[in-house]
Every structure is written in C-alpha cells, then in structure tokens.
Design a protein around this ligand. Structure first.
Ligand SMILES: [Zn+2]
Length: 217
C-alpha cells in the first residue's frame, strides 16, 4: 500500500508515520513526501489540488490527511449518518472534499481513485500524545467542556504538558512527539477509544487495506 501524507507540520507528519504503520501492521511505502499545509483552512484549501496531483501523477493508493480541531465542532457518531454533513466539522469538511474531488476524476494509473484516510486531532495533536499518560485529556472531556462553555485545558497547556514549553524547537518537538506516540505502536485501541477523531482514521486505513487486497468491507 502506497501512502501519502498531508498534515499541518513536520511533527504531525512524524506522528502520522508512526500511527499509519501501527494501524497497518508494518510500515507502508511512503509516496509524495513533504505535502504540508500551514494550519486550517490551508489544509482544506489545498486538498483538491493534492488529490488531483496524486491521482494523475503518482501511484499513491491512499492519502492520509489530518488537521487539528482547534475550537471547531467535534465530529461525533451523529455525523456518521448517511448523507449527513456538518459544515462546521473539519472531519466532515475534509471527507466532503474527498467525495467532491474524486467523483469527477477519470480512472488513472490503473485505479479509479485515491483512497481516503481522514482524521482530526481534538483539539490538537498534543492531546493524542498525552493519551494513556494524562487521564484528564480525551475527546469526551473536551466535548463536555465545550458544552459547559469552559475548556478543560488550552492548546498551550497541552504543549506544556508534552514539551515543558509552549514553544519547543522543531527537532525537540519531533523527538518528543515520536517518543510519546510510540507507546501506541503495538496497539492503537486506547488511542482510537479516547480519540474517535483518530479512530475514524484507523478505520479508513483498514478499509483501504481491505479494498486493495480485494476484500472490500
Ligand atoms: Zn463531522
């Protein structure tokens, strides 16, 4: 399986490489390295061009794209209803771009379309890094805080908890991020459970893998 990554930062990309390999049970072939967007809304804006480029110019099977949720609406089970789309949910938005963009493309390079792996970190990647280490951090805590109008933690606080500073150097940020995410390298179930925004990405990847091996789910 050939996988391309589109994320918001080099640290995000390093973490995604670990997670994709963990879910697929072995490191895939990486294609089209270095696709990066600087934060939201840049990710969603460049996505159609990235999908078209990968479709016509590469043999990428799956494009994995992630974004931070920040203060946007969190994707929930209710959003999974057929035909449902929440315009303020970044996961719903990214999936919609995939749908709209791939629908119009003719087959190329022996396949009909580039498959999808979409995830959103709530509220930011550092929350995933604290999974299993800091019991106060999780999507449900964040959603409860949102509805109570009082966030349980800020993004800066999450950075402090992971890096000991809210402005880590890039090499240190990458080293710490990889160190933490490798705790889930053998088993991603805890992360999928505490962070459904990662759980849906893991499910996409497993479906893509099954599809490519001729066993559509
Ligand atoms: Zn959604």
């Amino acid at each position: 399986m050939k996988v391309a990554l589109l994320s918001e930062s080099p640290a995000d990309e390093a973490v995604l490489r670990e997670l994709v390999a963990a879910v697929l049970g072995g490191s895939p072939a990486w294609s089209a390295a270095g696709l990066r967007a600087r934060g939201w809304p840049s990710v969603v804006q460049v996505l159609p061009a990235v999908i078209r480029h990968l479709h016509f110019n590469t043999d990428t099977d799956t494009l994995v794209v992630t974004a931070d949720a920040d203060d946007s609406v969190v994707h929930t089970a209710a959003h999974e209803a057929p035909g449902y789309f929440h315009p303020q949910c970044r996961l719903c938005q990214l999936r919609a771009v995939f749908r709209r963009t791939t629908r119009k493309l003719p087959p190329a390079r022996g396949r009909n379309r580039v498959l999808r792996g979409v995830g959103v970190a709530v509220p930011a990647l550092e929350a995933w890094l604290l999974c299993g280490r800091d019991a106060t951090v999780g999507e449900s805590a964040w959603i409860e805080g949102q509805s109570a109008g009082r966030a349980p933690y800020t993004r800066a606080e999450l950075k402090w908890r992971v890096y000991g500073t809210d402005r880590p150097s890039l090499p240190y940020e990458i080293r710490r991020a990889v160190e933490e995410i490798r705790r889930h390298g053998r088993d991603t179930r805890r992360l999928e459970h505490d962070f459904p925004g990662f759980g849906v990405l893991a499910r996409d990847l497993r479906e893509d893998q099954a599809m490519l091996h001729g066993h559509p789910p």
